[in-house]
Design a protein around this ligand. Structure first.
Ligand code: MN
Length: 228
């Protein structure tokens, strides 16, 4: 048995709908500005420039409808409702036409963002990590296997305290799911266990302690968390 000098990290994992099995998480990649209306609301040009990525640590997951603690050092915690792709088969330089074969499944997720820290980082040209990759910043619902799911279309919606705050359709993704998998696989070798958060539609805003967030991606599933 390997003799580690400190306890090795636990494996982060996402539950699977209707199963006791788990999906082990290796990395969490996130696509920035992948719906035109959201790019516009963030002050960007929504023309089809190549996608860009940031990451969250695997242990940023919040699962099983768990609570999300309001993060430190921020007065502007924003929600971003997203479709999440779980990579089952790794690869490099994956062709768009082959990309969906690399998806194990899909879930609904929230790219929670310390918007004030992210905005300061944008202004100063510094990394987004502390705005995006903080503890508990990735609430996710259960995964469903890819078979039978067409990530090219379907309602994506988020309610805060029962009121719809984001409502769009996967067909409005600037870069489609197969295009994102292919593009990212040209930058890094994708591996089983990688998750890709595919971007959020318009309507992002701040939440406060006590708020209940309930998201749905039609045909995929739900994500639910309360800010505490
Ligand atoms: Mn996002």
């Amino acid at each position: 048995m390997t003799d580690y000098v400190v306890p090795p990290p636990a494996i982060s994992a996402v539950p699977i709908m209707g199963s006791s099995q788990l999906f082990p998480v290796r990395r969490i990649f996130c696509v920035g500005r992948n719906y035109a209306e959201h790019a516009i609301e963030m002050g960007s040009d929504p023309t089809r420039e190549p996608p860009f990525y940031f990451t969250k640590p695997a242990d940023a997951l919040v699962i099983n409808d768990g609570d999300m603690p309001y993060p430190s050092m921020s007065k502007s915690l924003h929600y971003e409702m997203e479709l999440v792709v779980a990579i089952g088969t790794g690869g490099v330089n994956i062709a768009v036409a082959d990309a969906l074969k690399h998806a194990w499944g899909y879930c609904a997720g929230l790219d929670m963002t310390r918007r004030d820290i992210q905005n300061e980082a944008k202004k100063t040209g510094r990394p987004w990590d502390m705005g995006k990759g903080f503890d508990h910043s990735a609430p996710m619902g259960a995964l469903v296997p890819a078979a039978g799911i067409d990530p090219a279309r379907g309602l994506i919606e988020l309610k805060v305290n029962g009121k719809v705050v984001q409502s769009s359709d996967l067909s409005k993704l600037i870069w489609s799911v197969p295009e994102v998998i292919s593009n990212l696989s040209h930058l890094v070798r994708l591996a089983p266990g990688d998750l890709i958060m595919t971007g959020t539609p318009e309507g992002v805003a701040a939440v406060v302690k006590g708020d209940l967030l309930e998201g749905v991606v039609a045909g995929v599933g739900t994500v639910r968390t309360r800010i505490v």
